[in-house]
Design a protein around this ligand. Sequence first.
Ligand code: SAM
Length: 291
Amino acid sequence: MRDAPPDDEPMAEPPEDRLTPGLYIVAGPIGNLEDLSPRAARILRAADVVACEDTRVTAKLLRAAGSGRPMLPYHEHSGPDVEARLLDRAARESVALVSDAGTPLISDPGYSLVRAARARGIAVTTAPGPSAAITALSISGLPSDRFLFAGFLPAKAVAREKAISAVAGIPATLIFYETGPRLAASLAALAAALGGREAAVARELTKRHEELVAGPLPELAARYAGQEPKGEIVLLVGPPAGEVVAADALDEALRTALRTMPPGKAAASVAAALGLPRGDVYARAMALKSA
Ligand code: SAM
């Protein structure tokens, strides 16, 4: 039903008050209600039901869209029964899925619903819109040709270090979601593992106190040490300096070195040979060792 037309004409959609049955993934604003698209608003006015995380938050969105459609809670703790009921409805009615902010499924519920809907042959379509990760990347000044969205870093130190090691050698800008109380610890861990890589802290995007602070990781770690900035935060880290060295070539060199040397020495020798920052190479060596 929903494949895009072959040219750039808009999808043929039924009039305002009718939607064909299916699951509609509807992106909402990340803080600024004006970012709700007219098409998203129309779908929210026409859907038979709007599945959402928090009905109080979505009630505001529906008011802004001029929608009085009923809501059904669907969140990370919803069991398989809730999902099955939503799928049954989506098979014969229009079900819109929104999250508290931005695009559903992006560090938000919806993945298993979309997967199950597709498996059942239920039509799945989208009204795309803002997502904090892309919004932050677009103003960060960090390379945007290749990026990896890695969600939230773990709260506990050991798990966080492991998660950082796993992405340290990836030649792409890294994007994390973050919270004020955890920002300082995450920046300190990233600086320890990744050295002086360029980074940015994007806060309160699209809102009155929007702010972007950029600088090398150690500088940002020092600036935010002991602080708990208010509001919502995206943390971005630029790619390793030796981005031109293929990830495969780095791994190959490290594996060879690790056969005869401990990780610290292997990292130092490979970093010198390939002209890469030692911290990055060490993090990758540790990731390969624990893989
Ligand atoms: N689905 C959302 C999206 O598409 O961006 C993300 C939901 S996730 C549960 C919430 C996290 O997104 C926040 O903790 C923060 O890291 C980030 N975020 C959401 N809105 C933001 C904003 N206005 N400015 C900065 N970060 C934001």
